[in-house]
Design a protein around this ligand. Structure first.
Ligand SMILES: [Mn+2]
Length: 451
């Protein structure tokens, strides 16, 4: 945990932002894989960690704004559990480290919320993503599990998002620590990649480094020569000379701050064409990072990367017509279909669970319906202290090229014959983590090896 002052400050800032009411944060529980005692690796809820820091299952955190009182509901393990689990200390000890005055047994939670509701005070909670907590909410607040997220507090979502997006010094240190372990993983990836090795062998070498350093992954690693399959979590390929390996991975520190980095690694040398396309992605990323700073909309950072990709791909004969036309119509999305990046922090897609439209968009900037822009997770103005990923890519996706060709979409701008010749090429993506400052963006992951 951080120093207790960190948590006290975070809770007082939230209280100031909310003004009144009761904010409640449901911590996570153990989740069974195939029978109750065989569980997934425990991961605490990120907002719970942010305000309370206590990394154990079965807790409910309360920030009572009206009474200026913060506490946690939870039960310690019993004497029999101690025999099996060892002495893990008490929740009270950890509550002290979080600057809380007290803990209350879970059995008192029902009465507490009954009283809050009876006195007509507002109870605020965030959107839920685990069914167990939806059932807890039904028990304490009487809201049906299927409708829980409709009752999530917009006021709380906005206040938490604003607070968590802006990273403090100690949070940036944590993110740097995660990036530094990623750096070691990518050194290994570049050193060990060779003809004949399987994707899973290379993965094992890289992930071993994370485990040796006492951390775990922030999401399942993508390591594949099929970079054109964006959500590919399989590792059953054998690497051959001439393949391009897309490795998108991250770790989280002991306090659960994440890194998220992508490199495209050739097996052997790159061909001329591979290098040409790699260089376009490389310039798109550099131009996007150069544009990012306080006050700039992340949408414009995205459009900058799209412009460089449109220009480069036009130069290679895949697009024609005006660059503005290719970008404004959205035609470029046939090769660059995702957004340029997202916030990074306690979640690898930081705050995504609170709803991207609330976190990354605002009243003045609404999500676009256009294919490509539709997947941009964050579009609003950047502020100092935000940590963002910048990760453009170029992909030759057979199903997408075929579909657009059949509908003759943007055929003024797209040369489908040229694109069809590229099916089987795969994809290229480069991703770094940047800290937004007043004058520009600092690349936190600049020392991570790249081709
Ligand atoms: Mn990412």
């Amino acid at each position: 945990m951080f120093e207790k002052e960190v948590y006290i400050k975070r809770r007082s800032e939230l209280k100031r932002a909310l003004g009144r009411g009761v904010a409640v944060f449901f911590g996570n529980h153990e989740v069974a894989i195939n029978y109750p005692s065989n569980t997934y690796r425990f991961r605490q809820d990120s907002s719970f960690l942010y305000y309370f820091g206590i990394d154990r299952p079965g807790l409910v955190g309360v920030i009572d704004v009206d009474k200026d009182n913060d506490f946690v509901f939870g039960d310690d393990i019993d004497d029999e559990d101690v025999i099996w689990m060892g002495d893990i200390g008490t929740i009270y000890d950890e509550a002290l480290k979080s600057g809380l005055c007290c803990i209350k047994p879970l059995s008192e939670m029902y009465g507490y919320f009954r009283d809050v509701i009876k006195s007509k005070r507002e109870v605020m909670f965030l959107p839920q993503y685990r069914f167990k907590n939806m059932i807890v909410i039904e028990e304490v607040l009487g809201i049906k599990p299927q409708t829980v997220n409709g009752y999530a507090s917009l006021k709380l979502i906005r206040a938490v998002a604003e607070q968590r997006l802006k990273k403090s010094e100690e949070e940036i240190e944590q993110i740097k620590k995660a990036i530094n372990i990623s750096k070691g993983m990518y050194e290994i990836a570049f050193d060990k990649v060779r003809e004949g090795i399987t994707e899973s062998q290379l993965l094992a070498e890289c992930e071993a480094y994370a485990i040796e350093n006492g951390v775990w992954l922030s999401f399942p690693t993508i390591l594949t020569k099929r970079g054109d399959i964006l959500h590919n979590t399989r590792h059953d390929g054998v690497l051959n000379r001439g393949d391009l390996v897309v490795m998108d991975s991250g770790v989280e520190t002991e306090l659960h701050y994440a890194s998220d980095i992508t490199r495209t690694i050739p097996v052997g040398n790159m061909s001329r064409l591979q290098k040409d396309i790699y260089d376009i992605v490389d310039s798109a990323q550099r131009s996007a990072i150069a544009k990012a700073k306080e006050g700039v909309r992340f949408l414009d950072v995205h459009l900058e990367s799209a412009r460089v990709i449109a220009e480069g791909m036009k130069g290679l004969g895949f697009f024609r017509g005006s660059i503005d036309g290719i970008v404004e119509s959205g035609a470029y999305a046939v090769v660059y279909l995702h957004g340029v990046g997202h916030p990074l922090g306690l979640d690898v897609h930081d705050l995504e669970g609170l709803g991207e439209d609330y976190v990354g968009y605002s009243d003045s900037i609404k999500r676009s319906n256009k294919f490509g822009l539709r997947y941009l997770r964050f579009a609003k103005q950047l502020k100092e202290g935000y940590v963002m990923t910048v990760e453009p890519g170029i992909y030759f996706i057979s199903a997408l090229i075929e579909k657009w060709h059949n509908h003759q979409r943007f055929s003024d701008f797209v040369d489908y014959d040229a694109l069809k010749g590229m099916i089987g090429f795969g994809g290229i993506r480069l991703e770094d983590d940047v800290l937004i400052k007043r004058e520009g963006a600092e690349v936190l992951s600049k020392d991570v090896r790249r081709f």
